[in-house]
Design a protein around this ligand. Structure first.
Ligand code: GLC
Length: 559
């Protein structure tokens, strides 16, 4: 890919990182699918603690745990009924303490998930709101409104839920009559909180203190762009998309990315800064363009924000060049390091996503009747994408199982699906279950070593044995060993804290240098040449005999 900036450093990475998170590799654990200690088919905290050694060996710096709090599990735990405890499904509060202590002893930091946009409808506050009169103090913690129409039987506005269907549900008043409506941008069982209410603000400061006092190193903030709504709750007639999809040519949505959210994060930042040990806030904010996202990581706000524009970028040299450049520039403008991410619990795993025809819009799940991604092509591109990502300056997020090259489960029986998206979209969107299937650890054990029994809350595909960790450990060409070596070298060469310099290359090749390491990814059909005398350090796939780089391969070489 020919670039204007052949030798000038890209902005964004001046100076050595001084804080652990600036170049950290952070591994997302989805507790229900990581490791099950008691054989009930759902992963749990003791299961995670017992497997933390795997992550230390892999070479990551920190783990982020998706929610494990008491919850009816209407949205796999993103519907929190009590922010200060552990759901019995996952263990007890002592198990969280043990996990944090064990992680610390292995040199791993721990980030927990915080879900401030909504509670579960099983939260005590919501029960109080339902029992209260319209306009009463308990109602004011949520977003209750009278309906439109003569009998108030039409929703207060036209907003849709991210999971499908209207974003409002009507309640029955304590006297038995049909009453007000409450807002839920997600599931019916996830009522949105009213962040104009000082009690809500106070409560979350206290929840932060609760977990900070228990020793966590930070928080991943769920739906960080959603807390504050435009005051007039103006109609919005565009469909909601779960993730991304907020195209720049639409008017700005009245429910996302309102300027008022930033004051909340400033107050949280002040709280965190009062604690020792460099604790962090990470925004899950599906906000475009990159400049708007960068506002979440201004010096007095959050530390990091997920770079979803990167995750969504097409697998072409120009698209990857553009997104890397834009991300570095936007972060540099506010003096923050960039983050990179390819997979998480909300998107089709990149080992399957990247096999879809280039330009396919991001699918919300893949079903058995859909065209099936080519697993070999997907894995090849996923490995190349990962090696490219791990060579970039900044912090990188990995999602459990990607180090095994796990694909999406694309033939999950529809009756096994649990993501509320499937029902709420009227079976139009399959949703996110396919990336949430329990992890295979041992090829020949029940549930592939996920737990001591065959039980698994989502069925594991029969091909899981070939991806199991014990089949890959010690096998130099395996995806697991590719990740491990990449993480070791990333640390050794200081890539996370390095500086990116683009190098001239053909149109379908991306080529740059990060300190002592040259990086080349070939997106084209023809093999690409390495610079004369380049000594490969690491590759995502074999090079040709004459040291050329085949299609969909990334190489790190000594520059
Ligand atoms: C975030 C989570 C997602 C959840 C939603 C509602 O996007 O990542 O899993 O469904 O928020 O809490």
């Amino acid at each position: 890919m020919n670039t204007d900036q052949t030798t000038s450093p890209s902005p964004g990475q001046a100076g050595e990182p001084t804080r652990w998170w600036q170049d950290a590799v952070i591994y997302q654990i989805y507790p229900r699918s990581f490791a099950d200690s008691n054989g009930d088919g759902v992963g749990d905290l003791p299961g995670i603690t017992a497997r933390l050694g795997h992550l230390a060996q892999l070479g990551v710096d920190a783990v982020w745990l998706s929610p494990f709090y008491p919850s009816p599990q209407a949205d796999a735990g993103y519907d929190v009924a009590n922010y200060r405890d552990v759901d019995p499904l996952f263990g007890r509060l002592e198990d969280a303490d043990k996990l944090i202590a064990e992680a610390r002893s292995l040199g791993l930091r721990v980030i927990v998930d915080l879900v401030p946009n909504h509670t579960s409808s099983a939260h005590r506050w919501f029960a109080e709101a339902l029992a209260d009169a319209p306009g009463g103090p308990a109602r004011q913690r949520y977003v209750f409104r009278d309906g439109k129409g003569t009998d108030g039987d039409e929703p207060p506005n036209t907003w849709q839920s991210v999971f499908g269907g209207p974003a409002w549900t009507r309640v029955t008043e304590p006297d038995g009559r049909p009453g007000q409506w409450y807002l839920h941008l997600f599931d019916v069982e996830q009522p949105d909180l009213n962040w104009d209410n000082p009690q809500v603000r106070e409560e979350f400061l206290d929840v932060l203190r609760f977990w900070l006092d228990r020793g966590v190193d930070g928080f991943r903030v769920d739906v960080a762009h959603g807390l504050v709504k435009q005051a007039d709750l103006a109609d919005w007639d565009y469909p909601q998309e779960m993730l991304g999809g907020d195209e720049i040519d639409k008017p700005r949505p009245p429910m996302w990315d309102q300027d008022g959210v930033h004051e909340i994060y400033r107050s949280w930042r002040r709280l965190l800064d009062g604690y020792s040990g460099d604790r962090i806030l990470v925004a899950e904010a599906w906000v475009e363009p990159a400049e708007r996202l960068a506002r979440y990581v201004r010096p007095d706000e959050m530390h990091q924000a997920f770079n979803f524009e990167y995750l969504l970028a097409s697998w072409t040299a120009p698209a990857q060049y553009a997104v890397v450049t834009r991300s570095l520039e936007a972060a540099d403008a506010v003096g923050a390091p960039t983050t990179w991410v390819l997979s998480n619990h909300d998107v089709v795993r990149h080992a399957s996503r990247l096999a879809l025809p280039i330009g396919t819009p991001r699918p919300n799940g893949i079903g058995a009747a859909d065209p099936q991604p080519d697993a070999a092509l997907g894995l090849r591109r996923a490995r190349a994408a990962t090696l490219l990502m791990l060579s970039l300056p900044g912090s990188a997020y990995l999602y459990q199982g990607e180090e095994l090259g796990l694909p999406e489960h694309t033939t999950l029986p529809d009756e096994a699906r649990q993501d509320p998206t499937w029902e709420r979209s009227g079976h139009r969107e399959r949703g996110r279950d396919g990336c949430r299937v329990p992890v295979p650890w041992e090829a020949d054990a029940p549930s592939y070593g996920f737990g001591p029994t065959d039980a698994s809350w989502l069925p594991q595909p029969s091909i899981w044995a070939e991806y199991a960790l014990d089949r890959q450990r010690g096998v130099p060409t395996s995806t697991y060993e590719m990740y491990r070596a990449a993480l070791r070298m990333r640390r050794e060469f200081g890539l996370g804290g390095g500086t990116l310099e683009w190098l001239p290359a053909p149109d379908d090749v991306l080529s740059f240098r990060n300190g002592p390491v040259g990086v080349l990814t070939n997106f084209g059909a023809e093999p690409a040449e390495l610079p004369v005398g380049a000594q490969p350090l690491h590759t995502s796939g074999p090079l040709s005999d004459d040291n050329r780089v085949p299609t969909d391969v990334t190489v790190w070489y000594r520059a």
